[in-house]
Design a protein around this ligand. Structure first.
Ligand SMILES: Nc1ncnc2c1ncn2[C@@H]1O[C@H](COP(=O)(O)OP(=O)(O)OP(=O)(O)O)[C@@H](O)[C@H]1O
Ligand SMILES: [Mg+2]
Length: 272
């Protein structure tokens, strides 16, 4: 299962990713969590100890590796020749760390050129994400910090579901509408909405009333435990029972959404 998580800054993408990672790990599933944030926070949210965090370097910052794999020279700007299909299959094992059944890999951000740039670093990252999405068999959770960067056509098709996270605010819903357009552009078929930081029935209704046509699959209440976990560096999953129950319901709805799509696909195949 491959799940990408996206949404406006600060809405709770990393929190949701960490809760889902713990949920699947607690059920004995192998989990690969990928942090695409330029200032990575998923490791601390998953309770990775300091020594393991120190061992992790974002792939985008590994200049020698990027040069070696893409055949570009160190410090070379975009526009020079380099391989468009660098070898990446060994990278998830080599450069990740594992803690409590969850493997963590940091992608980092490409410094030059912006989101659409074609440079050795962005090529390597896209190839790596493509490899993970198409070839790995764990539950893969991709914490995307901004829009749908790192995903492209071909890779997006391997994403089973993209979760757009929102707070009960119009600003975060505007980002959801932008994500919807970007996701459609690159061929993401299943986009589902998760409401976060809710405190009332009106908050929960806000999402279904303001969703730009994306099905709402659940809400996570604003929780003092989330704030406390952030402050103390503890893992949220074990601290708040209600959140653990709510995340289980969200995981179940993801499964049903996928099962529904598979059934539809099977039905349409049987008519061919
Ligand atoms: N359900 C919740 N209840 C209370 N606080 C929450 C909840 N979810 C997230 N938060 C808090 O909101 C802040 C932002 O959460 P988080 O880091 O998960 O968001 P993000 O979308 O990953 O942010 P960024 O865009 O910076 O990566 C954190 O301080 C987190 O503890
Ligand atoms: Mg984050």
């Amino acid at each position: 299962m491959k799940i990408a998580i996206t949404g406006k800054g600060g809405v709770g993408k990393t929190t949701l990713t960490s809760l889902l990672a713990c949920h699947y790990a607690a059920r004995g599933r192998a989990v690969l969590a990928i942090d695409a944030d330029p200032s990575p926070c998923l490791g601390p949210a998953l309770g990775f100890p300091a020594d393991k965090l120190l061992e992790l370097t974002p792939i985008a910052e590994m200049r020698e590796l990027i040069a070696e794999r893409t055949g570009s020279s160190l410090g070379e700007a975009a526009g020079n020749f380099f391989k468009l299909n660098p070898r990446v299959s060994d990278l998830p094992e080599r450069f990740s760390q594992e803690h409590n059944g969850i493997r963590l890999l940091l992608l980092g951000a490409v410094q030059q050129g912006g989101a659409g740039c074609i440079c050795p670093a962005s090529t390597l990252l896209k190839q790596l994400v493509r490899h993970v999405m198409l070839q790995r068999h764990e539950v893969v959770l991709l914490d995307l910090y901004a829009g749908v960067e790192h995903l492209g056509r071909g890779t997006a098709e391997a994403v089973d579901v993209m979760l757009a996270v929102a707070e009960p605010t119009h600003r975060s819903m505007r980002t959801v509408a932008q994500i919807r357009a970007l996701a459609a552009d690159i061929g993401i078929e299943r986009l589902l909405l998760v409401g976060n930081k809710t405190g009332s029935e009106a908050d929960r209704r806000f999402f279904s009333e303001n969703s730009p046509g994306i099905p709402l699959i659940g809400c996570l209440d604003a929780s003092p435990a989330a704030v406390a976990a952030d402050r103390s560096g503890q893992v949220l999953y074990g601290l708040d029972r209600q959140l653990a129950t709510d995340i289980a319901a969200i995981a179940e709805r993801i499964e049903s959404a996928l099962a529904g799509t598979r059934r539809t696909e099977e039905r349409s195949q049987s008519f061919v």
